[in-house]
Design a protein around this ligand. Structure first.
Ligand code: UDP
Length: 247
């Protein structure tokens, strides 16, 4: 079994290749499965308790989206094999989908961004079928008619893989609540990944991501929003000590 306890969640201790293989199996099992990609920010949110914890509890696959989690796992003496971030997974998943003939649907990001990402990814992966893209309007999650419309659109498009990019916890809660109605074999909440593939938000250089410095890059990129998020994430230090005693 690959699943291990890690701080306030569990982790499927898989490499990128193993994660892709598992997602492929989930597509074929066709049971409305979903994947979460915890990073430090998710762990801090989980620590508060609430609905996100239920989403994590029921997740079919829990990957490791961030270098700090790898470091903490080494500190605890139970290393996580590899960082499998959502943004690295997304293009790999598109390549898998093109090879296997799996249809994809991109939900989220600003208007036009998902369509641009679909265009770029289809150029890179000939044969890729993106059967729909949609940018929900602000506040859609409280609008019953809008939710019905989104679910109907996704159901009718019949994707094998649904990418939801609405930020955490909105994307995870959406998937958890509506997965059985949408009936998509595999859904993934992938944050800013659609923005990255569209090219309208630049990703931090690989060396920064590899050294756990992606947050520095994102703070300069989005100084209104990101510093607040990462300042809140300092709670990870106290959490590391708390779960060290328990590990
Ligand atoms: N987003 C959206 N609708 C919302 C909230 C967010 O489409 O109601 C999009 C936003 O445009 C961005 C993505 O969600 O493309 C996630 O952004 P974030 O930077 O939070 O992602 P993360 O840092 O978690 O990867």
């Amino acid at each position: 079994m690959t699943r291990m306890k890690f701080m306030n969640t569990e982790i499927d201790n898989l490499t990128m290749e193993e994660a892709l293989q598992r997602i492929d199996e989930l597509v074929q099992e066709d049971k409305a499965a979903y994947v979460v990609t915890p990073n430090v920010d998710h762990l801090v949110q989980l620590e508060k308790g609430g609905q996100l914890n239920e989403v994590y509890r029921d997740a079919d696959l829990i990957l490791t989206d961030g270098k700090p989690m790898i470091w903490i796992s080494h500190l605890y003496g139970n290393p996580i094999k590899e960082k499998v971030s959502g943004s690295d997974l997304f293009p790999r998943l598109c390549s898998l989908a093109a090879t296997k003939g799996y249809r994809m649907y991109f939900l989220g990001a600003a208007p036009g961004v998902a369509a641009k990402a679909a265009e770029n990814l289809t150029k890179k992966n000939p044969g890729l079928q993106v059967v729909g893209t949609y940018s929900p309007p602000l506040g859609f999650e409280k609008d019953a008619d809008e939710l019905k419309k989104i679910i109907r659109q996704i159901k009718e498009a019949k994707p094998h893989i649904l990418i939801v990019a609405l930020g955490c916890p909105k994307q995870e809660l959406f998937i958890h609540k509506f997965k059985d109605m949408m009936n998509v074999p595999v859904s993934l909440g992938l944050g800013a990944s659609i923005d990255f593939e569209a090219g309208n938000v630049k990703r931090a250089p690989k060396w920064m991501a590899d050294h756990g410095l992606e947050w520095v890059y994102r703070c300069f990129q989005d100084p209104k929003r990101m510093p607040k998020r990462y300042f809140n994430d300092r709670k990870i230090f106290a959490m590391t000590l708390k779960y060290w005693k328990k590990s």
